[in-house]
Ligand binder design. Structure first.
Ligand SMILES: NC(=O)c1ccc[n+]([C@@H]2O[C@H](COP(=O)([O-])OP(=O)(O)OC[C@H]3O[C@@H](n4cnc5c(N)ncnc54)[C@H](O)[C@@H]3O)[C@@H](O)[C@H]2O)c1
Length: 382
């Protein structure tokens, strides 16, 4: 009998945290032929009981250490609350396991940096679960940007609102912004500053509405609206470029619509002849794959483990997301002042951005000015 090549071997995995989100990871992982789901683990026995009936033969435990002690386990998937990410992921890496951590990678940049160093040192894959990087409409928009069809981004607006559960331990920025920030990093790279205002509307101490502005070196501006308090669920992004305009709406039957619309400024031939040319061309709805993003995310995790490559949702991108969250939270403390998002500056003086932020003072970021790794290219999925 010949044994399977190392990169074809089934990976034995455990899923920790079977609350709201964990069961979705479990359902997808169960269906991937290259994964063998051995353990599910949760502190709450009831959460485990609910799953056992659906996944016969799976082993259950309330003891995280049991999973770590099992030498057969190659990788652990963590779907536990944010405050546990650093500690649990660190224990996985120290036990020699690869680890996929739900978003955000950890609560602070310092924690992300520690985990990244450990993953490098132990030669393990550490991957944050930024599901939207695997979402076919998000990838379709990325292709549109990369092909140059969108042109230069003038501005964008993003809404992620619904009547959501008010989370006691989280604010709405930590809960929802990782999605928009990961998508924006994937599409356009790092912004130069973030500013944020918000309200604790219902529960004192619990920020449930946040309005964020991002400014880019190119002059592009993006506004992000986040809320757990809205009459309807809205997941809508509008990008206005010099070439085309795009509407990406997750909840619509036509998730991406491309508008050949815009206004061109025609250079005057002589003084006083400024002219505007309006374009109102076709609207195209591209064909979008129907693959489930979570399945693609898990397949990328498995592929990265087998080949020792970084997944599209890399630990570096995960750290940059947390850096943007920290910048937004710092801005909140300063009533919306723009906070630079340091990246690749390596200590050099940041350019004066007051002009693009309409005279508001720029608050120095608390994040260290260390060089950020280059933007991850669009890695084709296996
Ligand atoms: N990618 C997405 O779209 C998406 C969506 C929702 C949530 N999430 C993320 O998933 C994670 C979990 O969120 P949720 O809404 O499912 O939370 P949840 O509170 O519903 O579930 C968390 C579960 O983890 C268990 N748990 C906590 N500490 C544990 C420990 N030490 N060992 C074992 N089990 C432990 C809890 O008992 C609970 O069942 C968060 O990081 C969140 O940001 C991601």
């Amino acid at each position: 009998m010949t044994s399977a090549a190392p990169d074809e071997r089934r990976l034995t995995i455990a899923i920790v945290g079977l609350g709201y989100w964990g069961p979705n990871l479990l359902r997808n992982a169960w269906e991937i032929p290259g994964l063998r789901l051995k353990w599910i683990c949760d502190l709450d026995e009831l959460a485990l009981e609910k799953q056992v009936r659906r996944y016969p033969g799976i082993e259950v435990t309330t003891e995280f250490q049991t999973v770590l002690d099992d030498r057969e386990v190659d990788a652990v998937i963590l779907a536990t609350p944010i405050k546990t990410h650093h500690q649990l992921a660190k224990r996985c890496l120290l036990a020699g396991k690869h680890v996929l951590v739900e978003k955000p990678l950890a609560a602070t940049v310092a924690e992300c940096d520690e985990l990244t160093a450990l993953a490098n040192e132990r030669d393990r894959i550490l991957m944050p679960g930024h599901t939207f990087l695997y979402s076919p409409p998000v990838v379709a928009v990325k292709d549109l940007i990369a092909s140059g069809e969108l042109g230069d981004l003038y501005f964008g607006t993003m809404s992620r609102v619904n009547l959501g559960i008010h989370q006691r331990e989280n604010n709405v920025i930590r809960d929802l912004a990782p999605h928009d920030f990961s998508i924006l990093l994937f599409w356009f790279g790092e912004p130069r500053f973030v500013r944020a205002i918000g309200r604790e509307t219902i529960v004192p101490g619990s920020l449930d509405v946040g309005f964020l502005d991002l400014g880019y070196d190119s002059g592009a501006l993006v506004h992000v609206e986040l809320s757990w308090l809205a009459p309807t669920k809205l997941r809508r992004t509008v990008l206005v470029g010099s070439g085309k305009m795009v509407v990406y709406e997750d909840t619509s039957s036509e998730q991406v619509r491309i508008y050949d619309r815009g206004v061109d400024h025609v250079e005057p031939h002589s003084f006083g002849e400024h002219q505007l040319a309006y374009r109102s061309g076709d609207v195209i709805t591209p064909r979008i794959d129907v693959n489930e993003p979570l399945r693609l995310e898990l397949e990328d995790f498995a592929h990265s483990i087998r080949h020792g490559t970084q997944p599209r949702s890399s630990m570096h991108l995960g750290t940059r997301v947390v850096r943007m969250i920290e910048a937004a939270e710092l801005s909140l403390e300063y009533n919306g002042a723009p906070v630079p998002v340091p990246a690749g500056d390596n200590g050099r003086a940041l350019p004066d951005r007051r002009r693009s932020s309409r005279g508001m003072p720029v608050v120095p970021s608390s994040a260290p000015l260390d060089p950020a790794p280059p933007l991850d290219p669009l890695v084709p999925l296996p």
